[in-house]
Design a protein around this ligand. Structure first.
Ligand code: AMP
Length: 217
């Protein structure tokens, strides 16, 4: 199955993507993760992407599309994939359709995780990441026993630059301007399935998997 997850930052795409990809036995491809890996390795792509990421802006389409084209050409993606965080603009979505058409295939479903802005702000502004093991905590929903120290590995926690208040506001504006139009784009193709992404993580996963079942996933 070839699936795209869309939703505002903080909708839980990364978390749900893990579960859904495991359920479908397809690779999870997250453009945010690929950019972050490039940033931490200091590659030319990472250096370019970081400027945009730290400002809460989208990396230019051309850079992002080329990166996804290369990733989808890898053998593990030939029978299916779950895209998390891509496409995020209508030009990216059109490029993806074309890329898949060239490979003789197409997307099956686009799943939208639906949450409102207030909830997004609460979720993102409380998120803390461990410097040691990378585990993500939340000051309100999943707190550590000692403030800012990881319960799993004892390292210090930090707030991702793009989870800071001013950057969150930019990310929400970027979402409304550039990504929300995808809802109509895929709605018009009859591929859009919306699910309520509020409440416990496990409940959202059950809703997502139930929705996929009706599409044979
Ligand atoms: P994420 O972890 O998906 O929220 O992505 C983190 C950041 O990476 C975003 O705020 C963007 O700066 C960049 N990014 C990730 N995916 C894309 C994309 N499809 N198009 C442009 N920028 C992206």
């Amino acid at each position: 199955m070839r699936l795209v997850l869309v939703g505002p930052p903080g909708a839980g795409k990364g978390t749900q993507a893990e579960f859904i990809a495991a359920h479908l036995a397809v690779p999870k491809i997250s453009t945010g993760d690929i950019f972050r890996a490039n940033v931490s390795q200091g590659t030319p792509l990472g250096v370019e992407a970081k400027r945009y990421m730290d400002a809460g802006q989208l990396v230019p389409d051309e850079v992002t599309i080329n990166m996804v084209r290369d990733r989808l050409a890898e053998p593990d993606a030939s029978d299916g994939f779950l895209l998390d965080g891509f496409p995020r603009t209508v030009p990216q979505a059109s490029a993806l359709d074309k890329l898949l058409a060239d490979l003789g295939t197409a997307l099956d479903i686009v799943m939208e995780l639906v949450v409102d802005d207030d909830e997004v702000i609460r979720r993102l502004s409380g998120r803390r990441t461990c410097r040691g093991c990378g585990k993500i905590w939340h000051v309100e929903f999943d707190p550590t026993s000692k403030p800012d120290i990881c319960d799993r590995c004892g390292s210090e926690l930090f707030q991702r630059d793009d989870d800071k208040a001013e950057t969150i506001a930019n990310r929400l504006v970027e979402y409304a301007d550039k990504t929300a139009p995808l809802i109509d784009f895929y709605g018009a193709q009859g591929k859009l399935v919306g699910i309520d992404a509020t409440g416990p993580v496990e409940d959202v996963t059950v809703r997502a998997i139930d929705a996929l079942r009706s599409y044979g996933g």
